[in-house]
Design a protein around this ligand. Structure first.
Ligand code: HEC
Length: 245
């Protein structure tokens, strides 16, 4: 056999080079996978297996006293860790607040309105006067948010009623996070304002519009907040009829 000393044709050389490169890449990838695999293969304990590390010989450990589960509550949403701690602290701070924390923004009011519609409106009604559908079907009527006592009540009272319940009203502290409860309080305040705003407190443009509307209506129709809301729950009255719409 004679040794062929002259070079391979160019195209064959190129192809050989490519194949060599591909093989190198494959090798590199395989060793990467090996390195990553080592993380799975490190010593660890399996559920329900014996483990000589602990005096009781069990791999199942009881959490230390006072341990907080990170898989539930506000910390669970943002996947635990630092974000979870921050969220838990944010909610704890909200829970300590004595009045609506921070400035009331439009976004907060919209959020509060959404929550109110889901959690409160069925009893308290869209206007907050306590004439919700559940009440029309026989549940005890809540007081109107427009009642003088509730107009004067501090924010924290409404927050506490949501958290702990009140009389026959159930508590929502186990379902609504503190920051969300404050959003509802802000919306309840807005509802109160919507039914009981002082003309003088309105911004000039809104005041002009309200005055024009009142003049057109004849001021006699203005809701006086009283007599018709009082006599609660006789069985034959309008409360027990479905609205005709
Ligand atoms: C199943 C009906 C129902 C739902 C839902 C409900 N409430 Fe009530 N709420 C009541 C009743 C009834 C009362 C009056 C309780 C009593 O005096 O025994 C009341 C009372 C209140 C009061 C007045 C407490 C006081 O000092 O007199 C506030 C404020 C209030 N609710 C806010 C809310 C908010 C906010 C929500 C939603 C998170 C809500 N409620 C959901 C029925 C309900």
């Amino acid at each position: 056999m004679t040794r062929r000393s002259h070079r391979m044709p160019k195209s064959r050389a190129l192809r050989a080079g490519r194949i060599a490169l591909a093989m190198l890449a494959a090798l590199a990838a395989a060793s990467c996978e090996r390195a990553a695999q080592n993380m799975y293969d490190q010593p660890r304990t399996r559920p329900y297996r014996q483990n000589p590390l602990f005096p009781d010989g069990s791999s199942a450990r009881v959490p230390p006293a006072g341990a907080e589960p990170y898989a539930s509550g506000p910390a669970a949403d943002p996947s635990g860790g630092r974000l979870g701690r921050q969220e838990a602290e944010r909610q704890a701070a909200a829970d300590r607040a004595q009045a609506i924390p921070g400035p009331v923004t439009l976004a907060m009011l919209r959020h509060g309105r959404e929550l109110y519609a889901g959690y409160c409106l069925p009893c308290h009604s869209p206007a907050g006067d306590g004439d919700g559908r559940v009440v029309r079907r026989g549940f005890p009527a809540p007081p109107s948010f427009g009642e003088a006592r509730l107009l004067a009540a501090p924010d924290r009272h409404i927050y506490d009623v949501i958290s702990d319940g009140f009389g026959v009203m159930a508590r929502y502290g186990n379902r609504i996070e503190p920051a969300d409860r404050w959003a509802i309080v802000a919306f309840v305040r807005a509802l109160q304002l919507s039914q009981h705003a002082e003309l003088a407190a309105l911004p000039p443009q809104a005041r002009a519009r309200a005055q024009a509307a009142l003049a057109a209506d004849g001021a006699g129709d203005v809701h006086t907040g009283g007599a018709d809301d009082a006599g609660a729950g006789g069985s034959g009255d309008a409360r027990n009829r479905e609205p005709t719409r």
